[in-house]
Design a protein around this ligand. Structure first.
Ligand code: UD1
Ligand code: CA
Length: 493
């Protein structure tokens, strides 16, 4: 008897197939839904039942797939399938690789790398039934309206499972059966090992069928049973991009629904896309057309959207992020971002700070209460607390070869269209005038001006644009205007 808290002896994930219907240079199981590769989902489900060993069988695009797998799950054993085709052969080579000095004993679970919605919970249920009933084989099945292409579950008069017949090998009568093989099973290791030595390639596809193990196990006197799931999505594979998007939409529907049940308001679930890796707190509000990806986390009472795409962004309590495209950013509590804002990696906005409309930020730390309200670029910079950056300010951080830093203190007020030519430092409490080009450090409390004289040439329009609407309006505004242009010069500001 296996103690309750111990997982199965092994999970074997089959992933050697070519997946030609994806029509892709990317191996099928590396295609993503919900921000994670299909095989990534499969490995998470497999790991969640705590197997003592986890093997994954590869062949097609072997090196690409193996590299991805060793990043996701370095402890997984990567097994190469040989020339002999078929799911039975795939499991046979995996079993051989896992059998050490001593053969594996206990439960061996087989799943696929391209069935991304399978949950660890359903796998655990399969294993629990298998072990409780002391079965030789327990197969996960589903009843489908259209079972075309699937292996069909054969049952005796008493309802017990007697075997599986592949669609291509099935009689017309067998093809009417709606109960299908998901390809996911729990086996007794010894039964599986023994039966596989008797499986041949004598069938319409010339493959070693894993499905033949059921009939063989029964002949050997073992109990074969099925767990029927009512949730067909959990056993559905993605063979082409149409199925991939359908599975992606269903996964998203489930993720969004789970967050709503956990206390998140999602105004429009159909236009809200949340990766399985995202974390949301209670009383977060997500407005329509919002995509949250990667390691994004949103704290309580924050409002995100509409029309916002965030990847690896951390949002503090009560912050508001509207119509924003961002990645690798940290937004402090009660801060405000948007609309039409582009946050690039390394953006850190302090508590109650603001990055407003048409701003691009990168690699910038903005202190508490500081505001960059409209039209500008802040990159490679540090801005203190309670500073107000005027409209249209730019950190000119790039000299064509290197990036340089701009350091702006606390309590600073900058005039519209100030340009900071980095490297440059502005002290606490300093001011700058409109259009200032800051090339030299500004001491604390100073006013920085770069003043170019303004010249007005009077009567210029009448002389140079006669007969235009401008000339006509200018004349009406200055009834005694002389026809001779006159210049005046004066400093502005
Ligand atoms: C298989 C089952 C079928 C079941 C269906 C569910 C067999 C003989 N048939 O059929 O009863 O209804 O899955 O989807 O098992 N693979 C390998 N090595 C191989 C062949 C396949 O690793 O040599 C992997 C594939 O990558 C895939 C999985 O096994 O992940 C299933 O292979 P596939 O060719 O799609 O099997 P089906 O013919 O659909
Ligand atoms: Ca298939």
């Amino acid at each position: 008897m296996i103690p309750e808290n111990t997982g199965p002896a092994a999970v074997i994930v089959l992933a050697a197939g070519a997946g030609t219907r994806m029509k892709s240079r990317t191996p099928k199981i590396l295609h993503e839904i919900g921000g994670r590769s299909m095989v990534g989902h499969a490995l998470l489900a497999a790991r969640s039942i705590n197997p003592r060993q986890l093997a994954i069988v590869v062949r097609h695009e072997r090196d690409l797939v193996a590299r991805h797998l060793s990043e996701l799950d370095p402890a997984a054993v990567i097994v190469d399938q040989d020339e002999i085709p078929g799911t039975g052969r795939a499991v046979e080579v995996a079993l051989h690789a896992l059998d050490g000095e001593q053969h594996l004993t206990g439960t061996v679970v087989v799943t696929y790398g391209d069935v991304p919605l399978l949950s660890g919970q359903l796998l655990a249920e399969l294993v629990a039934t298998h072990e409780r009933e002391a079965n030789a084989v327990t197969v996960l099945t589903a009843v489908l309206d259209d079972a075309t292409g699937y292996g069909r579950i054969l049952r005796g008069d008493d309802g017990t499972v007697t075997g599986i017949v592949e669609h291509k090998d099935a009689s017309d009568a067998q093809r009417l059966i709606g109960e299908v093989n998901s390809g996911i099973y729990a086996f007794d290791a010894a039964v599986l090992r023994d039966a596989l030595t008797h499986v041949t390639t004598d069938n319409s596809q010339g493959e070693k069928y894993l499905t033949d193990v059921l009939g063989l196990a029964r002949q050997a006197g073992g109990r074969v049973a099925a767990v029927v799931t009512a949730d067909r999505w959990q056993v559905e594979g993605a063979n082409d991009r149409v199925q991939l998007s359908a599975l992606g939409a269903e996964l998203n529907r489930r993720i969004v629904e789970a967050w709503m049940r956990a206390g998140v308001t999602v105004v429009d679930p159909t236009t809200t896309w949340i990766d399985s890796s995202v974390t949301l707190a209670e009383d977060v509000r997500i407005l329509p057309n919002t995509q949250l990806h990667g390691a994004t986390t949103v704290a309580r009472d924050a409002v995100v959207g509409p029309d916002t795409t965030l990847t690896d962004v951390t949002i503090g309590e009560g912050a508001k992020v509207v119509r924003t495209h961002g990645s690798g950013a940290i937004i402090g509590p009660d801060a405000a971002v948007g609309p039409f804002t582009y946050l690039r990696p390394g953006t850190v906005l302090g508590e109650s700070g603001k990055i407003g409309a048409f701003y691009e930020t990168k690699n910038v730390t903005i202190g508490r209460g500081s505001k960059l309200s409209h039209l500008g670029y802040a990159g490679d910079a540090e801005i203190g607390e309670d500073t107000n950056i005027g409209c249209g300010n730019i950190t000119a951080n790039y000299d064509g070869e290197k990036k340089h830093r701009t350091v702006i203190g606390s309590g600073v007020r900058t005039g519209s269209n100030t340009v900071f030519v980095a490297p440059v430092t502005v002290g606490d409490g300093a001011y700058s005038g409109a259009g200032a080009v800051i090339r030299k450090d500004v001491p604390a409390g100073a006013l920085a001006l770069t003043v170019a004289a303004q010249s007005n040439t009077e009567g210029w329009v009448a002389a140079n644009r006669p007969g235009t609407r401008s000339a006509e309006l200018a004349q009406a505004a200055t009834p005694d205007s002389s026809s001779t242009p006159a210049s005046t010069e004066e400093g502005n500001q």
